[in-house]
Design a binder for this molecule. Structure first.
Ligand code: BJW
Ligand code: ZN
Length: 234
């Protein structure tokens, strides 16, 4: 811990890369693992453009269920600690794979949403995007143009938002310390951001109760829950 505090104290550019584990202590189910969201759902069945094309109602029911859970919960100490790290760092970037919006609720300002937001919708016809916080949402939702609306998230096989990905790689390449928090590190290209940072010379720290494919590239691994560990760094 002393080693990490020293690194954080002297870091010029800090990057925090987060995944579903950061929101787990708020009560948002993670995707993989024992209690994962995928446990009762095949991801290929729900989180792909093909699935949406085949059965938009089923996919929307799953997203509506998740939106309902998220609308009722609050950020946890991990989200607040990350927002505080931003205030204390000369140069800071939060790169999140999460679509729940809890980082923003906790006060994070310098964030990149790699996989979009569950609170936006996009028309499959006219491609217009807008915020939508209806809980429950009328299924299937429709655009004023008559087209079907889809969740504003990135599904398997879809490209990540170009500018977000560019900025994420740029920040990772320039960071001198990276905290990788609560991600299984199996989804690309997000996971490769940690590798890029390590190759570029950053001190990479993994905070996760479980080991992941990223553990072997981490300079320091802390097997702990994010909400318990991160506040102790402040
Ligand atoms: C705690 C904790 C606590 C628990 N504290 N920790 C290269 C190689 C192989 C495959 C590919 C590749 N490049 C691309 C691919 C394909 C694919 C991919 O990666 N597949 C792999 C799974 C094999 N990637 C894509 O398709 C991506 N698109 C792409 O690359 O496009 C290229 C392209 C270019 C040009 C034209 C066309 C295409 C898109 C990926 C999109 C991912 N989408 C999802 C769904 C988002 C919407 C939604 O929410 O519904 O994103 S999938 C899902 O996984 C979600 C997450 O953001 C993402 C990552 O999951 P995460 O956050 O790591 O969660 P978990 O559950 O996996 O892990 C939680 C962790 O927390 C665990 O480790 C726990 O131990 C830990 N934990 N409690 C700290 N208290
Ligand atoms: Zn439209």
């Amino acid at each position: 811990m002393e080693k990490l505090k020293g690194r954080l104290g002297s870091a010029r550019a800090l990057v925090v890369l987060t995944g579903a584990g950061v929101s787990a202590e708020s009560g948002v189910p993670t995707f993989r693992g024992e209690e994962g969201l995928w446990r009762n759902h095949d991801p290929q069945e729900l989180a792909t453009p093909e699935a949406f094309e085949a059965d938009p109602r089923l996919v929307w029911e799953w997203y509506d269920w998740r939106r309902t859970i998220i609308s009722r919960i609050q950020p946890n100490p991990a989200h607040y600690a990350i927002a505080e790290l931003e205030k204390r760092s000369p140069e800071f970037t939060l790169i999140t794979q999460n679509v729940d919006g809890l980082h923003q609720l906790a006060g994070s300002k310098k964030f990149i949403e790699l996989h979009g937001s569950i609170w936006t919708v996009r028309c499959v016809e006219c491609e217009n995007s807008s915020e939508n916080r209806d809980v429950p949402i009328k299924i299937p939702p429709r655009c004023p143009c008559g087209g079907l609306l889809r969740p504003g998230v990135v599904w398997f096989g879809e490209p990540l938002p170009e500018l977000a990905l560019f900025k994420a790689f740029e920040a990772s390449s320039n960071a001198d310390c990276v905290l990788v928090v609560g991600t299984s590190g199996v989804v690309q290209p997000a996971a490769s951001l940690a590798l890029r940072a390590g190759e570029a010379g950053a001190f990479v720290v993994e905070i996760n109760p479980e080991t992941t494919p990223l553990s072997r590239v981490a300079d320091l691994r802390i097997p702990a829950k994010a909400g318990e560990l991160l506040p102790t760094l402040l």
